[in-house]
Design a protein around this ligand. Sequence first.
Ligand SMILES: Cc1ncc(C[n+]2csc(CCOP(=O)(O)OP(=O)(O)O)c2C)c(N)n1
Ligand SMILES: [Mg+2]
Length: 286
Amino acid sequence: MLDDISDKKVKFLEEKSLEIRELIIGMLLKAKSGHTAGPLGLADIFSVLYFHTLNHFPHDPDWEDRDRLILSNGHVCPVRYASMALSGYFPLKELDTLRQLNTRLQGHPHRSALPGLETTSGPLGEGISQAIGIALSAKLDKKDYRVYVVTGDGEHNEGNIWESIMMGARYKLDNLAVIVDRNNIQIDGFTENVMPLDDLKNKYESFGWVVFDIDGNNIRDIADAFSKTRSIHEKPVVIIAHTVPGKGVDFMQNDFKWHGMPPQEAQAKIALKELRTLKNKIENDY
Ligand SMILES: Cc1ncc(C[n+]2csc(CCOP(=O)(O)OP(=O)(O)O)c2C)c(N)n1
Ligand SMILES: [Mg+2]
């Protein structure tokens, strides 16, 4: 089953990705701290999730039949906050409060502070286990909602991730989709130098999962993969999404130094100019 989305929808989602990226740069500049590379790389996936795939109502975040999105790599939350604000969960202006005292937009997601978050996250390695609990309870309650988890590649250094991967297969959780941000960087280096994941596809398959290996910065590929997850039965699915950390801002791309560093004012200016140029290009290309 292919998700045959129209050119018009692809253009809309590409524009949303760039708006998300602009908001990420703005938030981090204002906060003067936070993570840049991961959020920029994930903007296309979040654009598709929030504006195409998720069954959700931003004005009714506690709707009981909503799809659940768990952010296991909590440090990338600027991409989630920007997507939530753009889709109507809270005013765009609130993005300026990222990492301020008493804000609802903590540097790592705080569930009870902000409606629309499903979990509190930050300590790596927990999200897939939590999602398995939610997916199991959906089955017990005979609910049709789907459970999505976003997790990092460096996050796979955590041993409990592999326990959760065994458990997902054991319970045949076909209502669960894990998205791995395969951006090849982690906090202090390239993943293959710090702790090689080698052939991650093969590893997940040998644990009994169905794997989709995709370009995580291609809107059509992303939408298609999410759509295909619905046709899989009796097995959990992982989407290994190859993304470019820092995507959209040339001097930030593929450089692990931007894992946890915000832009300075002059850098933000260059970044925003580049993103605006990309936006104009989309306008002209269609
Ligand atoms: C249990 C735990 N250990 C260490 C950290 C610190 N930490 C935050 S992000 C990160 C790197 C994770 O790598 P990856 O998931 O690839 O994220 P990316 O750099 O791609 O954004 C680390 C070690 C943490 N948040 N939790
Ligand atoms: Mg990574």
